[in-house]
Design a protein. Structure first.
Length: 112
């Protein structure tokens, strides 16, 4: 089963321009993936509780992901007043190991 990584256009460009072309863990020291193939950016952002623009995805073969966590449901994100910002609930998997994305095909997500 493949995994998917979703991000902004800018972050995808930064990853692809980097040497040697790795998705590296972010500030949380994790890379967030999902087994779900989303096709619409706002749906991925809502289900996965991503607080940046979600415009681009990449399918990552399972054998390129070292030490993936068990799938869990993304947590709801609320603002300081308690209003829901991102509903969460989608399946997410994490790894703390860089992922080589050389040769993988990125795809654009549909806009709302």
């Amino acid at each position: 089963m493949p995994y998917f990584h979703f991000t902004s256009r800018k972050t995808a460009q930064d990853i692809l321009c980097g040497i040697p072309g790795l998705i590296n863990p972010g500030p949380s020291r994790l890379i967030f993936l999902t087994p779900t193939h989303y096709t619409v950016g706002h749906v991925a952002a809502g289900d996965l509780a991503i607080q940046k623009e979600v415009e681009i995805g990449v399918m990552i073969p399972e054998d390129l992901v070292n030490n993936p966590s068990a799938p869990i449901h993304a947590q709801t994100i609320k603002n300081p007043s308690g209003a829901i910002v991102r509903r969460g609930g989608g399946l997410e998997v994490t790894t703390n190991q860089p992922i080589d994305i050389n040769g993988l095909n990125w795809f654009s997500l549909d806009q709302p």
